[in-house]
Design a binder for this molecule. Structure first.
Ligand SMILES: Cc1cc2nc3c(=O)[nH]c(=O)nc-3n(C[C@H](O)[C@H](O)[C@H](O)COP(=O)(O)O)c2cc1C
Length: 322
């Protein structure tokens, strides 16, 4: 049973969907199905330091003593995790048979956290536009290319149309202190409405492209249209999504979010990510794991290969043999 759309829910769910259509209504409802109620008394506090900023706590990795070949059954946490991997405990979704609404909500919740591109663009007749896109990723660094994907099944999104028309845009990473403003820009406003005016965010002129960047963002990328790819539904021939590839021409970083190496410090940056449904996430805990190198670790890896990894079944670890 789907929960009724409250005013609050209408506001949130209209972010990505045309609620005037039955499909949009159903899709919105399916994103919200089973969500816990908002706890109004527990607004976001974060882990405050003296300047009221959340900090990222760096902790030990979950199994610091891990050695090549140690399987998941070698720790309590791993064994507990694998208790859920029994043969009868899986749901298998065949995408060609499943309701697309279900696939949408599954992908939104299963592929998380996703980075969010807060995209500023301008239409052919000069209307300025802002909107968040979490089908977003950096693809390569030389040349520096990123992508966003706009769902077109309910009509072409303004951002996607604008970028194709005027060939440039900016991607701004959202930080916690202005998440409400950014979220407001996902409203399904008519094309002639500029989301800048409802968000209270500040336009900062770009140096390489026409579209402004967002001054509140501590990390912005000025991009030009590199390519686009229409994703066609195999059964109907309709365009399901349009993927925009952008060439990153200029990157603006705010000095006070950088560490001593000149790189973005996650604790200062407080970057927002998209979780499933209408949830946002903030990383507050992290750990470092060195990347293995064949020069340093090849011998140990070869020994493990020679020995053969024995993935002991769960029963073994619980048996009295140990
Ligand atoms: C955090 C967040 C991420 C979103 N990601 C996407 C996305 O990747 N693709 C998409 O088509 N819509 C996405 N949406 C919905 C769009 O932001 C929404 O449809 C917006 O109205 C589009 O604006 P535009 O037509 O001005 O481009 C997202 C919404 C939110 C709140």
């Amino acid at each position: 049973m789907l929960p009724p759309l409250t005013h609050e829910h209408d506001l949130y769910s209209s972010q990505s969907l045309d609620l005037t259509t039955q499909y949009g209504q159903e899709l919105a409802s399916s994103c919200l199905d089973g969500l816990p109620p908002f706890e109004e008394s527990s607004s976001y506090a974060g882990t405050s330091s003296s300047d009221n900023r959340p900090t990222v706590k760096y902790v030990q990795p979950p199994n610091p003593g891990w050695k090549y070949g140690d399987t998941i059954y070698s720790t309590d946490r791993g064994r507990k995790w694998m208790e859920g991997a029994t043969d009868d405990n899986w749901v298998h979704h065949h995408t060609d048979k499943e309701d697309p609404k279900k696939i949408y909500t599954l992908l939104m919740s299963g592929v998380q956290p996703r980075p969010i591109a807060f995209v500023s663009s301008i239409s052919a007749d000069g209307n300025e536009n802002l909107a968040p896109y979490s089908f977003f990723q950096v693809l390569c660094h030389s040349p520096p290319i990123m992508m966003i994907s706009g769902i077109t099944s309910l009509g072409v999104k303004d951002t996607i149309a604008n970028i194709q028309a005027t060939k440039d845009f900016t991607v701004n990473i959202i930080s916690l202190p202005w998440i409400e403003q950014a979220n407001a820009a996902s409203v399904d406003a008519p094309t002639h409405i500029s989301e800048w005016d409802v968000t209270g965010l500040t336009k900062e002129p770009s140096t390489h492209v026409q579209a402004a960047r967002v001054k509140e963002s501590a990390f912005s990328m000025e991009c030009t249209l590199w390519d686009k790819y229409d994703v066609i539904q195999p059964d109907t021939g309709a365009t399901g999504s349009t993927v925009i590839f952008g060439l990153i021409k200029c990157i603006h970083t705010r000095k006070d979010v950088l560490n001593t190496r000149g790189l973005v410090d996650p604790a200062k940056f407080q970057a927002m990510s998209r979780m499933g449904d209408i949830s946002y996430g903030l990383v507050t805990e992290a750990f470092r794991l060195p990347r293995p190198s064949w020069t340093a670790d090849g011998e140990a890896m070869e020994r493990t290969i020679d020995k053969g990894v024995v993935n002991q079944p769960q029963d073994f670890w619980y048996s009295s043999a140990l």
